[in-house]
Design a protein around this ligand. Structure first.
Ligand SMILES: [Mg+2]
Length: 107
């Protein structure tokens, strides 16, 4: 198993060894493409969209994460730090909205 820091670090090495990074907007375009592939596979899995080719939702989520890690590397964002920031935000909202600690995520 790999954590987010390891993913970003290993991917950074791999990208630099294989031609280097695309621009932020090129990676962002690919990120939206991969998100569309997740949507497409999910729709096909749920019978909302026809298709003969087998779906691979796990693979598409992997593609999305891989591309997000490339985008984060390119823009100098640490995914683990960004994730913790989001978790703290949701925990704060829960506390503010409900006045008590509900099922918070502990980080
Ligand atoms: Mg894909």
């Amino acid at each position: 198993m790999m954590n987010l820091d390891e993913l970003q670090s290993k991917e950074d090495e791999w990208i630099k060894a294989n031609g280097g990074y695309w621009t932020e907007f090129e990676i962002l375009a690919r990120l939206t493409e991969e998100l569309g592939e997740v949507s497409s596979d999910l729709q096909r899995d749920k019978g909302l969209r026809p298709g003969k080719k087998p779906t691979d939702l796990e693979g598409e989520i992997g593609d999305l994460l891989f591309t997000l890690a490339a985008f984060a590397n390119k823009t100098g964002i640490e995914l683990s730090k960004a994730s913790e920031k989001t978790i703290r935000k949701y925990n704060r909202r829960l506390e503010e909205d409900h006045g008590e600690k509900l099922s918070l995520i502990h980080i």
